[in-house]
Design a protein around this ligand. Structure first.
Ligand code: ADP
Ligand code: ZN
Ligand code: ZN
Length: 758
């Protein structure tokens, strides 16, 4: 007898374990680890779906109680067994239920019927067909004759043409088929997400630095060393060419490659480069594809019909069986971190998947995350540097800082400084293009009272409402909408006004100041339509506008050779975000935005407008000095015990019932405190004994307290932060908290989420 351990496809704290079923004889050999099956569940034997996660010959429980699996799930998609192992690891490492982890490694959960094409063909030779046709009566067998004539003329006929244009009934086709005169061929056409013909793209000759980078990785690979590498090179230094060289080598040695690109940078431009070079060996995934399109790409990957998958975070789970390399471009992007449980980081999971299957990981960035750079220093990653732009004529732009406080002194009330206005004017006269970038991360156009200072807040969430076009106030967390009130709800004053600026307002102001300019705007509003993104970018690339105004979207990976001026309107907006990495994010955004200028032969100029010109993230971004920024920022993180020096875990407890959330948070806090006490009394637990220095010190607990956003959609949120230099300590504490909180989820409606840094 064989038994299957399954995870049931129903969520609930008590169900988060492995259930055992018997595999009946008739299913022997069909049910495997990774199969999706149907099974009777509970007292009523409800038919449910489950995922097989292990197969055993013995049963640990009472065999008489064990029920039989009913069958394979008809529309289920089987998961590779090594992806199930990966899901297990993710559950342990990041904290989630088994079901959540399994679903994460299955980006496509159901089969979607493929598009089928049917053709009709003669099954006999032409002479035979002609003599058969002669025997038919033109009056009674007109349809058969029409079909034979068409087949004699064209050889092969799409089924739909026969039934459509030729008006031939299905019964006619069936009867000719039964007589062995014709056959109907069926083939599956995969929905192809890219409707272009691949042309032969030639490889460039790599320069010295590029070659050294590629060779280091390939030499290690040849020696069986599968490490992690950070390819650090300014925008335009030719990182993508290095990736393609590595991919080329992988293909020639029969291995497959996953290329992760932030969703926002997954544009026609980037995807086309891979298509041109590798043709139909490439496939892509992105969120705008239909479920069917996505499903087909996974099937093609599984069958080995494609060797390269380009896509966002979820492409990490492409079911390749000969994975040789995972590339993560723009590795510092926050979209590589999942916001759903398990809150995994794509880089961490990539490293795990690569180590399970003997593959290497290459991270690329012009502004590496502190996390990755730190790992280069302690030897976990190898650092490979490209220090120059690849195209000789292109040099780095010159950057200057404008202090906005002085503009006010000079009496300039516009959001465009006098210096930037001059340079814009110059570009317009010369017919060159400019980009104006509004850094809005962690900032929104909120409305507050000038009299009492209160901001207008969402009644369901602990956040300020954002002012939209037409004076509507919108909550970006729950979608609540309301009109702009006439008077302040807290003090009754009539002086309430919007603070901060939006891209629409910038557009209006620029249009007023430069009536001759043709302006395009790119933000969440103008790109909402399908293809809106591409349409704006290609209009700008075709020089249909002089000035492009936009948010983060415009600074990611787009190439506009004619842009010679980049204006950053308010560089310090993102510094107001309350998270510990605000300076890092600001530095990265500014550096990337500056990198948009002067990508071709024309020299580029960048103006950074700011109220805090002395802040190191702004000063050093202007100087394009990553190393100094890294030094300052790391010292700050070290001093305040933040990642990457310390690992940090955020435990989030949320409930409709504020008291229940509070009690659960306190219980968690008490458990962690006891753990810390024991550590202080008897030293580091045995399994962490190899730790010395900082790691021998006990973990730190902050909280429990209200979350930064203490209420969303009428659900109260409490948090605890726990820090320690050894990430494993946090995972151990998480395991303890999980067993403590499992019952609460059922009993008190408190849900618990863990977020552990990389
Ligand atoms: P990155 O990915 O670092 O931004 P790219 O790989 O896109 O840089 O390279 C920038 C530009 O330089 C591209 O147009 C690319 O074709 C070109 N390029 C890169 N490497 C070379 C090289 N060795 N010789 C000539 N052109 C190159
Ligand atoms: Zn007020
Ligand atoms: Zn809300």
């Amino acid at each position: 007898m064989r038994y299957a351990g399954v995870v049931v496809d129903i969520s609930g704290g008590k169900l988060d374990r492995i259930f055992t079923y018997r595999i009946p004889d008739e299913l022997e050999g069909q049910v495997e680890v990774g199969s999706q099956v149907e099974a009777p569940f509970g007292k009523g034997n409800r038919r449910i779906t489950a995922f097989v996660v292990e197969i055993t010959d013995t049963c640990a429980c009472d065999a008489a109680q064990v029920k039989d699996i009913l069958g394979l799930s008809p529309r289920g998609v089987a998961v590779e067994s090594h992806l199930i192992q990966l899901a297990w690891w993710m559950k342990e490492e990041y904290g989630s239920s088994m079901l959540q982890a399994l679903k994460t490694v299955m980006p496509v959960k159901r089969t979607v019927a493929p598009v089928r094409y049917r053709h009709i063909r003669l099954q006999i030779d032409e002479a035979e067909a002609q003599s058969f046709a002669k025997k038919l009566s033109p009056a009674r067998n007109a349809a058969q004759l029409r079909l034979l004539e068409a087949l004699l003329a064209d050889g092969r006929l799409p089924y739909e043409t026969a039934t459509g244009r030729l008006h031939i009934g299905a019964s006619t086709i069936r009867s000719l088929r039964e007589k062995g005169i014709i056959e109907v061929e069926e083939e599956t056409a995969y929905r192809n997400p890219v409707r272009i013909k691949a042309s032969e793209g030639k490889a460039v000759e790599l320069n010295e630095e590029q070659r050294r980078a590629a060779e280091t990785i390939l030499r290690d690979d040849a020696e069986g060393i599968h490490g992690a590498y950070l390819l650090y090179g300014v925008t335009g230094s030719g990182k993508t060419e290095v990736y393609m060289e590595l991919i080329d080598h992988m293909l020639r040695t029969g291995r497959q490659v996953i290329v992760l690109i932030p969703e926002i940078a997954l544009t026609y431009q980037t995807v086309m480069r891979f298509y041109r070079r590798f043709g139909d060996k490439v496939s892509i995934l992105h969120s705008r594809m239909s479920e069917g399109e996505r499903y087909d790409q996974f099937v093609r990957a599984k069958k080995g019909e494609i060797q390269i998958m380009v896509g966002p975070r979820s492409a990490l789970f492409t079911p390749f069986t000969h994975l040789g390399l995972i590339i993560i471009d723009e590795e510092q992007e926050s979209s590589y971190k999942s916001e759903l449980s398990p809150r995994y980081h794509a880089v961490g999971v990539a490293e795990k998947r690569a180590s399970m299957t003997g593959a290497s990981v290459v991270l690329g960035s012009a502004t590496p995350s502190l996390d990755s750079f730190y790992r280069c220093q302690d030897g976990r990653y190898k650092l490979l540097t490209l220090s120059r732009r690849a195209v000789k004529e292109a040099s780095l732009p010159s950057v200057e800082i404008v202090d906005l406080r002085e503009e006010l002194v000079k009496g300039n009330k516009s959001i465009i400084s006098l210096r930037l206005a001059n340079l814009l004017e110059e570009r317009l006269n010369r017919g060159e293009q400019s980009i104006l970038f509004l850094n809005r991360r962690g900032f929104s156009g909120f409305v507050s009272c000038r009299s009492c200072g209160e901001a207008l807040k969402c009644p369901h969430c602990d956040v300020s409402l954002t002012l939209h076009r037409g004076g509507r106030l919108v909550c970006h967390y729950c979608g609540f909408e309301t009109g702009l009130p006439r008077v302040c709800p807290s003090c009754g004053s009539r002086y309430i006004a919007g603070f901060g600026i939006g891209t629409q307002k910038v557009e209006a102001m620029v249009a007023e100041q430069f009536p001759q300019a043709r302006i395009l705007r790119m933000d969440a509003d103008t790109t909402a339509r399908k293809g809106g993104h591409e349409a704006i970018l290609s209009a700008f690339a075709d020089r249909k506008a002089d000035i492009l105004i936009g948010t983060q979207m415009i600074v990611k990976g787009h190439d506009f050779p004619q842009v010679t001026l980049v204006g950053i309107l308010a560089a310090d907006l993102s510094l107001r975000s309350p998270s510990y990495d605000a300076a890092e994010k600001t530095f990265q955004l500014l550096t990337q935005a500056a990198g948009r200028a002067g990508r071709d032969r024309l020299p580029g100029q960048v103006v950074i407008q700011t109220y805090s010109p002395e802040h190191y993230s702004i000063r050093l971004a202007a100087a394009q000095d990553y190393d100094s920024f890294y030094g300052e920022e790391l010292a700050y993180r070290q001093m305040l015990h933040y990642p990457p020096v310390y690992a940090m875990m955020t435990v989030l407890l949320s409930s409709k019932d504020e008291q229940a959330a509070e009690r659960a948070a306190r219980a968690c806090g008490n458990l962690v405190e006891r753990y810390i006490e024991r550590w202080k009394e008897s030293g580091a637990p045995e399994r962490f004994k190899d730790n010395t220095g900082m790691a021998a010190k006990e973990p730190e607990l902050i909280g429990p307290c209200d979350a930064a956003v203490s209420k969303i959609n009428d659900i109260y949120r409490k948090t605890l932060y726990i820090r320690h230099v050894d990430r494993r300590v946090l995972v151990t504490i998480k395991d303890g908290l999980e067993s403590l909180t499992a019952w609460r989820e059922e009993k008190a409606g408190v849900s618990v989420q863990y977020d552990i840094s990389r």
